[in-house]
Design a protein around this ligand. Structure first.
Ligand code: GAP
Length: 435
C-alpha cells in the first residue's frame, strides 16, 4: 500500500524526525528542523552518499566550500541573469504561483478564479543579503542556490593539490538556499535545504559515456539502499525544461504520494561553467593532457541530489502497515545502514537489578552504534514504537538474564526472537547489522 502523505508527515513530526521551523512562533513555511531521529537519518543518508562517491573511490575527492561567494561567481555561472522561475499573481486573491507548476495555467488554485493571472515575470530565486555594516548595491552578496559553483571555482586548486588526472570528480555536501515561489510538500521543496553534488570532469569526447555511467550508478545507489525499484525511474528533460547550463539532463524520479517527482538531476554541463569562470576571472582553467599533448576545457557530468529530499523519500518508501494478530503494526523497513538507531535495549522492569545489567549490556553497544535504552511502558508498546522508527533490533533484558546471562534479540522485520548470551551479543549484532 503506498504511504499516505499526511500519515508520513504526522509520523515525522510525532516521533521527532522533523519539526516545523520556528514552530512556537507559528512556524516558518520555508524551513524545517531535524529532531533526534531525523538528524540521525539525514546524517546516515549523507554518510552513505559520501562513502559511495568519495571514500570508496580513488577518482573523486571532497570539498566543503563557502555558502557566501563573490557575486562574480553568480555573474559567470549565469545565476544572476537566468536562475529564475515564472511568477504569476492572481489579481483576485493576490496569491502568487509558479506558472510552470500549475495544473491549469489559467486557473488560480487558491481561489479557483479563471483568467485572473498577471503576465508572468521572471523571479530570481537567489537570496540576497549584504556584506558588512552598510547595505548598498555595491556590497550585495548571495546565499548559494546550489553547491556546484564552489566546486568549479576550486577546480584548479584541487587538480593541482590533489594531483588529479582526468577523468576525476569533486564532491560536496552542504546547505543551499532558494527563494522558492511555492515551497511545499513538507521537506520536498523548502527555501533552505541540503544538497549532495558531484562534478565529474572528463574529456569532451567521453561525456556521453560518463553520463550513461552516472545514470546507472546513481539509480543503483538508491536501489542498493532498499528503495523500491518500481518507485524509481529516469526521465529525460524536454528541451524547454533544460537549465541554462545544460546540454542534456535526466531526473531520477521517485513516485511520491502526489505522483512522480524529482529526486536528483543528472546533467551534462559541458564546459559551460569552467569556460565562463575562465572568461570572467581571466584565470586559465583549461586542463593539459601531457600524454596527448592537448589542452582543453574538461566537460562535466553532474549528479546533483537533495539530501533532505532523499531522506524524505527513504522515509516514505520504508513506511509499511501490517496486520499482526488482529492489530495494525506500523513498521519503517529502513535499510539497516539508514536506520537512525541500530539497536534498542529494553529492560523488562525498572527494578534496580535490571538497571545494572541493562547498563552493562548497553555500554559496549553505545560505543559502536546509535542505540536507545527505553524503560517506559509495556514491552509490546515499546516494540511497536521501535518498529515505527525503524530500529532493526531490540534487545530485551529480563529477570532470567540475571541467571543465565542471556538476552532476547528481536528482529524488526520478521519479529523472530533469539536468545543470545550477553558475552557474544556484540558479535551477534555485528553480523546481523552487516548482513
Ligand atoms: N547544481 C545543479 C542543481 O542544483 P537542481 O536539479 O536544481 O540541480 C539538485 O537541484 C537537487 O537538489 C534536486 O534534484 C533536489 O533533490 C534538490 N533540491 C533542489 N531544490 C530544492 C528545494 N527547494 N528543496 C529541497 N530540495 C531541493
Amino acid at each position: 500500500m503506498p504511504a499516505d502523505f499526511d500519515t508520513i508527515v504526522n509520523l515525522a513530526k510525532n516521533r521527532g524526525f522533523v519539526f516545523q521551523s520556528s514552530e512556537i512562533y507559528g512556524g516558518l513555511r520555508s524551513a524545517y528542523d531535524y529532531g533526534p531521529l531525523g538528524v540521525a537519518l539525514l546524517r546516515n543518508v549523507k554518510d552513505l552518499w559520501w562513502r559511495s562517491m568519495v571514500q570508496t573511490r580513488d577518482d573523486i575527492v571532497g570539498i566543503d566550500s563557502a555558502v557566501i561567494q563573490s557575486p562574480k561567481v553568480w555573474e559567470a555561472s549565469g545565476h544572476l541573469s537566468s536562475f529564475s522561475d515564472p511568477l504569476v499573481e492572481c489579481t483576485n486573491c493576490n496569491a502568487r504561483h509558479r506558472l510552470d507548476k500549475l495544473d491549469d495555467p489559467n486557473q488560480c488554485p487558491t481561489c479557483g478564479m479563471r483568467d485572473t493571472f498577471t503576465e508572468p515575470k521572471d523571479f530570481n530565486l537567489m537570496f540576497e543579503t549584504h556584506m558588512g555594516p552598510v547595505a548598498s548595491a555595491d556590497n550585495a552578496v548571495y546565499l548559494r542556490p546550489a553547491t556546484a559553483q564552489g566546486i568549479f571555482i576550486n577546480f584548479e586548486n584541487i587538480r593541482r593539490t590533489a594531483r588529479m588526472k582526468l577523468p576525476f570528480g569533486i564532491a560536496q555536501i552542504g546547505k543551499s538556499f532558494r527563494n522558492e515561489i511555492t515551497p511545499g510538500q513538507f521537506v520536498f521543496r523548502t527555501r533552505e535545504f541540503e544538497q549532495m553534488e558531484m562534478e565529474f570532469f572528463c574529456h569532451p569526447d567521453e561525456s556521453a559515456k560518463w553520463l550513461d555511467y552516472w545514470l546507472n550508478e546513481r539509480r543503483r545507489w538508491y536501489e542498493d539502499l532498499g528503495m523500491t525499484a518500481d518507485n524509481l525511474r529516469l526521465r529525460a528533460h524536454d528541451a524547454d525544461e533544460l537549465s541554462h547550463y545544460s546540454a542534456g539532463t535526466y531526473d531520477v524520479e521517485y513516485k511520491f504520494p502526489w505522483g512522480w517527482d524529482e529526486l536528483e538531476g543528472i546533467a551534462n554541463r559541458t564546459d559551460f561553467d569552467l569556460s565562463a569562470h575562465a572568461r570572467l576571472s581571466g584565470k586559465d582553467l583549461t586542463y593539459f593532457d601531457a600524454e596527448a599533448d592537448e589542452r582543453f576545457f574538461p566537460h562535466v557530468i553532474e549528479p546533483a541530489a537533495g539530501a533532505t529530499r532523499t531522506t524524505f523519500a527513504f522515509l516514505i518508501d520504508a513506511y509499511g502497515e501490517e496486520e499482526v494478530r488482529g492489530e495494525t503494526r506500523v513498521v519503517l523497513k529502513l535499510d539497516k545502514r539508514l536506520a537512525p538507531n541500530k539497536v534498542a535495549v529494553l529492560p523488562l522492569s525498572k527494578k534496580p537489578e535490571l538497571v545494572e545489567i541493562t547498563q552493562r549490556v548497553a555500554g559496549p553497544l553505545r560505543e559502536k552504534w546509535d542505540i536507545e535504552v527505553d524503560v517506559t511502558q509495556s514491552i509490546g508498546k515499546r516494540y511497536r514504537r521501535q518498529d515505527e522508527i525503524g530500529t532493526p533490533y531490540c534487545v530485551t533484558v529480563d529477570f532470567d538474564s540475571l541467571e543465565d546471562q542471556q538476552v532476547t534479540v528481536r528482529d524488526r522485520d520478521t519479529m523472530a526472537q533469539d536468545r543470545v548470551p550477553i558475552e557474544g551479543l556484540m558479535r551477534h549484532l555485528d553480523d546481523k547489522l552487516a548482513g
